[in-house]
Design a protein around this ligand. Structure first.
Ligand SMILES: [Zn+2]
Length: 265
């Protein structure tokens, strides 16, 4: 499922392929993923304009068209972008295609259809309306400590809550906790300054490293949890069997040896 690193990779891909070309048409093949806009509005809003820049916040990608109109992309579970020549076949699950004047198209491909596409005038207003927390990579240590100190609950649930910190999903939350050696059910109130600092550093390290690996699992370090998570997987640090648990409605994977449950205050 696309989290901050995957969306950042999509942003870079879009920046490298799709900016500054006139949009001739918008071909909506499935209106299900349109949010607060119609196929007609989308086409009318973008035709004749150009995408000029983009901005990512958490798992959202916002693309600015000239005339101060923003396209919002959320990749849901299986969303991705593909830029290709007009005479090439569109990807199988292309839901919306942006047709450029240079004989290329940009497809929003999304098999499971949990993705979202919308239009808006003001990104900051959108973030405020949807109560999205600060982007995980924009946070400083002081803010991170303050935020986690303010929110009670299992640390993994807090990390996953997009209203507290935006961008971290199930996979990278597990990776961050593994790196910081924190058990996912640890109450945030039990995390001392040292643990919070570790967690903060782990969050930046893991997200940046995943971006550098182009969010490609096979290019991520073998010392990470990611290549081993799943049934029968063993901890790359101590060799014990990894364990799973349902936390905040999601399956957490962790090492019961390296990530001991905190007891006492
Ligand atoms: Zn271990």
């Amino acid at each position: 499922m696309p989290e901050l690193p995957e969306v950042e990779i999509s942003k870079r891909y879009l920046d490298a392929t799709s900016l500054h070309q006139r949009i001739d048409d918008v071909d909506v093949r499935n209106t299900y993923i349109l949010k607060d806009t119609s196929a007609r509005e989308l086409a009318r809003g973008l035709k004749g304009r150009r995408f000029e820049s983009s901005r990512r916040h958490g798992k959202h990608l916002f693309v600015r068209a000239d005339g101060e109109l923003w396209l919002r992309l959320h990749f849901g579970m299986t969303g991705s972008l593909q830029y290709f020549k007009n005479d090439e076949q569109a990807p199988r699950y292309a839901r919306v295609l942006f047709v450029f004047a240079n004989n290329h198209r940009l497809a929003f491909d999304d098999q499971r259809q949990f993705g979202q596409i919308g239009l808006l005038k003001d990104v900051d207003e959108f973030l405020k309306e949807h109560e999205l927390g600060p982007d995980a990579l924009d946070l400083h240590l002081g803010e991170f400590r303050k935020i986690l100190g303010k929110h009670r609950g299992a640390v993994k649930s807090v990390l996953l809550n997009q209203r507290i910190i935006a961008g971290i999903g199930n996979i990278y939350a597990d990776e961050i906790l593994f790196r910081a050696r924190v058990h996912p059910t640890t109450e945030t109130s039990r995390l001392g300054d040292k643990a919070l600092t570790k967690l903060f550093r782990a969050s930046h390290y893991v997200l940046r490293k995943a971006i550098a690996a182009k969010a490609n699992t096979s290019q991520m370090p073998r010392s990470w949890l990611l290549p081993h998570r799943g049934r029968g997987g063993k901890c790359p640090r101590c060799g014990r069997k990894l364990r799973s648990a349902r936390i905040g409605g999601r399956t957490a994977w962790f090492c019961p040896q390296c990530q001991k449950r905190q007891s006492g205050g």
